[in-house]
Design a protein around this ligand. Structure first.
Ligand code: CTP
Ligand code: MG
Length: 166
């Protein structure tokens, strides 16, 4: 999951600048995504996730690590792109509900990246998804994700990278 977990904190670290929606409003009069979704965050995050995945592929080959799911360039790209597309989609629906940037939205805030990453895998690489993400692996992901989310956001808040600790 590293290629899916890394993009969000890296986007928070490197994000800023032009928002993806260019400031445009949806027909409900609210922003499409809001100022929290920027091009720089998107590209830096995806790049970091792919870099982590490429490192995993290299490490698995070099050190013969076989108990971890075997990444491929495609799985790495889908995990990383899917994570931030999931985050973006969540922000779209968050704005439709009238929630401001940074507002809390339990469950969605934690699992957006998992939903995005797995949806892309399901569509573009289902063979990898079903062979590598077995039921125990999936259950672990469901448990670990909100814990990691909480811990990294608290760290991000104290490092003044995030404006809110969630
Ligand atoms: N970020 C970014 N570009 C992205 C995703 C995130 O620049 N595509 C940066 C923004 O600075 C954002 C921070 O990472 O404020 C934290 O991300 P997140 O919590 O997802 O955004 P929020 O500001 O909480 O906005 P939202 O309410 O839409 O989730
Ligand atoms: Mg948020």
């Amino acid at each position: 999951m590293l290629p899916a977990y890394l993009p969000n904190p890296i986007a928070a670290l490197c994000g800023g600048g032009a928002p993806i929606d260019g400031g445009r409003l949806y027909r409900d009069g609210r922003r499409f995504f809001g100022d929290g979704k920027t091009w720089r965050g998107l590209f830096a995050g995806i790049l970091a996730g792919v870099a982590a995945g490429v490192l995993q592929i290299w490490a698995a080959g070099t050190y013969g690590i076989s108990m971890l799911p075997q990444q491929t360039l495609l799985s790495v790209a889908l995990l990383s792109v899917g994570a931030l597309l999931g985050d973006l989609a969540k922000s779209f629906f968050k704005r439709r509900l009238g929630k401001e940037r940074g507002a809390k939205w339990p469950i969605a805030d934690q699992y957006d990246l998992v939903a995005g990453a797995f949806l892309l895998l399901l569509v573009f690489n289902p063979a990898w998804l079903f062979s590598e993400v077995t039921l125990p692996v999936f259950i672990c992901i469901l448990i670990i994700t909100p814990l990691l989310h909480r811990v990294t956001n608290i760290i991000g808040y104290f490092l003044k990278v995030k404006e809110v600790p969630w």
